[in-house]
Design a protein around this ligand. Structure first.
Ligand code: ASP
Length: 334
């Protein structure tokens, strides 16, 4: 089902969130480019931002962790875990759509304020890839484990298999096999990675990203989501960014790293995301249905987002704002 996010489905708004395209920064109207209402809490933290509508439930959990004096790393891990456990979600966790051979393969990564990172890619039958990514960060000398080796390490280190069979997903895949046409479609309801970036009340940053990747991808394909610098990048001194959409485009441009580096050079989060999208747009012919989006959070609490096509939104939670925000975009999607 196509889902028109321009119709502004909004849940749980308790603050004023700009709904104009082209501008989503909250907290620093001076630096914004459109109609924005200042959020007095921005700059102080906590601030939690997540991609897409499923970000609302993830933010709620992350917020709860922060309010209970959990670390920001705990918050970004536990926040996205909620979405991993939601088996009605078709693009995150074990409820996700399979690859073309019928296997649900999962990717995730996590990064903390100091730049420590963990990642896992191309794994099957684990409910919480994000926790596995964190364990790899904390318990091994490595950043990333993939496939069978990652699964073996997980089993040896206290993670257990979880088997989830969803007849509806299997049926859809069997229907897809009739044509076997690989064609990502932008902005499908309940589709896309969850990426979360957050700041605690002391200004510490962290980020997480977890996905089942593109539906019906080639078996073995890994997207941007578990790749530090592509799907997620955190530099505690500068800020954090994460991405969603066709991962190949983010990998080619080191997208999330680009956003953070542009903020380091003085761009606002909106401007940094916009420039990263502009670079990606060069690889995407007009009318090609390839959505990509970034969200970014600067170390001073200013945040923003941008996508290539209209229809990308993200969930924001601060002391005075809770809801979905439409990202600015470069191209109107029909
Ligand atoms: N970025 C993810 C990937 O390429 C997919 C998504 O965000 O929808 O695997």
């Amino acid at each position: 089902m196509h889902y028109d996010r321009r119709k502004f489905i909004r849940t749980g708004l308790v603050g004023t969130v700009a709904m104009a395209s082209g501008c989503n920064s909250i907290g620093d109207p001076e630096e914004s480019t459109g109609k924005i209402t200042g959020d007095p809490s921005a700059g102080k933290g906590p601030i939690v931002l997540s991609t897409w509508k499923h970000g609302l439930m993830a933010n709620a959990k992350a917020w709860q962790v922060l309010k209970a004096n959990g670390t920001v790393l705990d918050a970004v891990e536990q926040g996205v875990s909620v979405v991993e456990s939601d088996f009605s979600n078709r693009s995150v966790g074990l409820g996700g759509r399979p690859d073309r051979d019928g296997f649900v393969t999962l990717d995730a990564c996590i990064q903390d304020h100091g730049g420590r990172a963990g990642a896992v890619a191309f794994i099957q039958r684990f409910e919480h890839p994000i926790s596995l990514a964190r364990a790899i960060m904390e318990r091994t000398p490595h950043v990333m484990l993939v496939g069978k080796g990652a699964e073996q390490w997980a089993l040896e280190n206290g993670f257990v298999h979880r088997d989830v069979d969803i007849p509806e997903v299997r049926q859809e895949w069997q229907d897809w096999l009739k044509t076997s046409t690989y064609k990502p479609i932008a902005n499908i309801e309940n589709h896309d990675t969850i990426g979360m970036i957050a700041m605690d009340a002391n200004g510490q940053l962290a980020g997480s990203c977890t996905t089942s990747g593109m539906a019906y991808k080639i078996h073995g394909r890994v997207g941007d989501s578990p790749i530090i610098g592509a799907g997620l990048f955190v530099d505690g001194e500068v800020g954090a960014a994460c991405a969603t959409g066709v991962g190949e485009l983010m990998i080619r441009t080191a997208g999330s790293h680009t956003v953070v580096e542009l903020m380091r050079q003085g761009r606002t989060p909106d401007e940094a995301c916009q420039e990263a999208i502009r670079r990606i747009a060069k690889h995407v012919p007009a009318k090609e249905d390839m959505q990509v989006g970034f969200i970014a959070l600067r170390a001073d609490g200013l945040y923003g987002a941008r996508s290539l096509y209209s229809g990308f939104d993200y969930a924001a939670k601060t002391n005075s704002v809770e809801g979905l925000v439409d990202a600015g975009y470069d191209r109107e999607r029909d």
